[in-house]
Design a protein around this ligand. Sequence first.
Ligand SMILES: [Zn+2]
Length: 120
Amino acid sequence: MHEASLARAMLSTVMDSLDERSLRGQDVVSITVRIGELAQIDPESLEFAFSFAAAETELEGCKLIFTTAVAELLCVSCQRLNTYDIEHLYRCVYCGGPCDLISGKEFDVISLELAGSTVT
Ligand SMILES: [Zn+2]
């Protein structure tokens, strides 16, 4: 279950970004996380792992909000942009050529909501 290590990484990312802005100690209401559709991260497991990792820290009880990043592929042959779909997988819909994945495996903390303000 790699969600446990992701949760710990998330926790330290959030703490670092609070430190950078001298906001440590502020009440964090929610964290918005972007997950690529091919990242193979289960939001429910992540939420559970996070609540465990955040227990007895200042982020205890803070809510996670998930957004999905669409997977996109760039065709090596015709250079056209493809949206990932289960039927074509890594093949270009236009020419059938092979594609490189350019997004869809993201795992980013994109914003924090503090009591009273939002930090991006
Ligand atoms: Zn193509």
